[in-house]
Design a protein around this ligand. Structure first.
Ligand code: CA
Length: 228
């Protein structure tokens, strides 16, 4: 049973979320403010946290910062703020995904499934589950092999590293900063031009129409998302 904590001060929205999630067999706790949220994360150890940024007692960003010292539960931010600066801040302090209000319940559920799949699957599953496939290409994470149609695609180590991070987080937005830090190192985290160059190379190798990618999707100003 997946346990979800809904942190939302808008009582009507909180109620709608709780009802919808319970209908999908999630176990749901709700917190109307940041302090309650932190208490419930410690007490209930949810598998996933849905977090509003605008809370009455503290900013959602502060909640994420406070959590990240001791909880690894994925945080999906729900916010009325659509500015990319807030999204980047939230992702940088450790949020896993970000949705701007208003959102559809179907999209929320899809993102939630993606985020929980990721935690449940890490550490990586056994050999048989190490191939990630799309209708264009397949990635064998164990053999470090990419195939498109009936041929092997040669990737540079940097291209491989980027692709590996993205395909092991299917459906999840991975921030520019995180990709730069993991692939190139912390001192490169502002070098978004590196990402643009390498993502363009990957798309030329893997996407049917690199100008309109279907699998290696850009979230402008924020990061990249792998869609199977
Ligand atoms: Ca709010």
């Amino acid at each position: 049973m997946t346990r979800v904590l809904v942190v939302e001060d808008d009582a009507q929205l909180a109620r709608a979320l709780v009802i919808n999630l319970q209908a999908r067999k999630y176990t749901v706790d709700a917190a109307p403010d940041g302090a309650t949220a932190l208490r419930l994360v410690a007490a209930e150890q949810p598998d996933l946290i849905l977090l509003d940024l605008g809370l009455p007692d503290m900013d959602g960003i502060e909640v994420i910062k406070a959590l990240r010292g001791w909880s690894r539960a994925p945080v999906l931010v729900l916010s009325a703020r659509s500015g990319s600066e807030d999204k980047i801040r939230a992702l940088d302090v450790g949020a896993d995904d970000y949705m701007t209000k208003p959102f559809s319940m179907d999209e929320l559920l899809a993102r939630l499934r993606a985020a929980t799949r990721r935690t449940i699957e890490s550490p990586p599953p056994t050999q048989t589950a190490m191939v990630v496939g799309t209708d264009e290409f397949t990635v064998d994470l164990l053999a470090k092999r990419v195939r498109r149609g009936d041929r092997d695609i040669r990737l540079t180590p940097t291209e491989w590293h980027l692709l590996e991070i993205l395909v092991t987080h299917p459906g999840v937005l991975v921030s520019q900063r995180r990709l730069l830090t993991e692939v190139w190192g912390p001192s490169y985290r502002g070098k978004t031009n590196y990402l643009r160059v390498y993502m363009a190379q990957l798309r030329r190798k893997l996407e049917a129409d690199p100008a309109h990618p279907r699998h290696l999707v850009t979230e402008p100003g924020m990061g990249y998302r792998f869609e199977a």
